[in-house]
Design a protein around this ligand. Structure first.
Ligand SMILES: NC(=O)c1ccc[n+]([C@@H]2O[C@H](COP(=O)([O-])OP(=O)(O)OC[C@H]3O[C@@H](n4cnc5c(N)ncnc54)[C@H](O)[C@@H]3O)[C@@H](O)[C@H]2O)c1
Ligand SMILES: [Fe+2]
Length: 383
């Protein structure tokens, strides 16, 4: 027996932000990031639409990329003072994920961060508030996932919180919000979405439901990401990428992920490489490593008119180059000295990452280290 959990309602399409008028509640806490949503007028628009629905708003702003536990706790203080019955994550995934974690501690003030990082242990939410997610990047799909990634800055470790409790109640997938993304963020986040599809199809909990969404999303990303990067004003490409990212989110939220993410969480935590950019560098080599344990990459190759896992890995490399992402961490700019200094800790933490358990092939410590090394040097995995 299996299940498939997604938001109760997904509004999608250009202009779908207007559906905020249909949301019910009294007071909203709106959580935003560094300022793009404010600058572009989407924060005011959100406040006004909620006002039309009879909902007043307080705003928590300044969530940094890869949000920290400290930022989450500052948001919880505001929640405790204001008692919202609606939490709205608006912006990039960092803002939305911070809002998800605030929600957990608002509902369970005695919980500790250590307790909630154990997968599927978050207790039932929605006793105090419901959650609306409005993404402005087309990448993580957090508007439809059971995941929030929070960084322990002292240790340099990104912790994925995983629980179907934190899957939002309402997702608004409006491509207009993504239009202002510069080409590099469009590329990074688009490759993140692709990595969710690629990992979901081969992950331990994959089903016909998740495969269908992921395979369609893969085709859309190959068809539209280059155009979304080249011409951000192309609304059809923007909305297609926004939808593909949400579908990838629904797929991986139910099938779970693999070692692209286990490794990327370490490289992001230690070196601050943008999440999707790290995934793009890792993806072809992880495909090669896993292809010895599953033939499902052939399904992905077929979406692109190809046949083999190796052909699929090559297509990912071509797309990566087209959207301007480097072939290795060395080319990205990391020094061999800094890399070597952190390597053993990254290997240990990647093996312990929750995403490793659902990868189709369990790497030994030595294999994990070799995958890290090949991706640093831009070499092809052959084992
Ligand atoms: N929750 C999940 O399911 C999930 C899945 C995978 C990864 N993650 C995590 O999500 C985080 C990355 O999120 P992200 O890729 O959305 O990036 P982000 O939220 O960190 O934003 C990246 C940058 O883009 C800017 N930005 C966002 N929207 C913009 C817009 N429309 N126009 C101009 N600038 C804009 C932000 O201000 C920021 O500077 C990482 O911490 C990653 O580990 C979460
Ligand atoms: Fe991701």
């Amino acid at each position: 027996m299996a299940s498939f959990t997604i938001p109760q309602k997904i509004y999608h399409g250009p202009g779908s932000l207007e559906n905020l008028k249909q949301v019910t509640g009294k007071k909203a806490l709106i959580v935003i990031g560094g300022g793009s949503m404010k600058r572009l007028g989407f924060l005011d628009k959100t406040i006004n639409l909620l006002q039309e629905a009879g909902i007043s708003s307080v705003v928590f702003e300044g969530v940094e990329a890869d949000p920290s536990v400290e930022t989450v706790m500052r948001g919880v203080e505001l929640c405790n003072r204001e008692n919202p019955d609606l939490i709205v994550g608006l912006g990039g995934c960092s803002a939305i994920d911070a809002a998800k974690a605030m929600w957990v501690f608002y509902e369970y003030p005695d919980a500790t961060f250590g307790e909630i990082t154990a997968p599927f242990t978050i207790k039932p939410l929605r006793n105090k508030a419901r959650f609306v997610a409005i993404p402005s990047t087309s990448g993580t799909g957090t508007e439809a996932t059971c995941v929030a990634v929070i960084t322990d800055t002292a240790k340099g470790i990104k912790h994925p919180l995983v629980s179907y409790e934190i899957c939002p109640d309402i997702a608004i997938v409006d491509g207009e919000l993504a239009k202002s993304m510069p080409a590099d963020i469009t590329a990074n986040t688009g490759m993140d979405a692709l990595s969710h599809d690629v990992e979901a199809v081969v992950a331990a909990l994959a089903s016909t439901y998740s495969d269908t969404m992921a395979l369609r999303s893969i085709r859309t990303i190959f068809d539209t990401l280059p155009q979304a990067c080249a011409n951000g004003e192309d609304m059809a490409a923007r909305q297609a990428m926004h939808d593909a990212s949400c579908m990838a989110g629904m797929a991986f939220s139910n099938a779970i992920l693999g070692i692209i993410h286990s490794i990327s969480h370490q490289i992001g935590g230690m070196f601050g490489v943008p999440h999707g950019r790290a995934n793009a560098i890792l993806m072809p080599n992880v495909i090669r490593f896993n292809s010895r344990a599953t033939d499902k990459y052939e399904l992905m190759a077929k979406e692109l008119g190809k046949e083999t896992a190796e052909e699929f890995a090559t297509e990912v490399e071509k797309l990566r180059r087209t959207v301007g992402i480097e072939d290795s961490f060395k080319a990205y700019g990391m020094t061999p000295e800094a890399w070597q200094e952190k390597l053993d800790a990254m290997v240990t933490n990647a093996l312990a990452d929750p995403c490793t358990g659902t990868n189709p092939r369990q790497p030994s410590e030595e294999e994990m280290k070799q995958i890290f090394e090949c991706c640093f040097n831009g070499e092809v995995v052959t084992f």
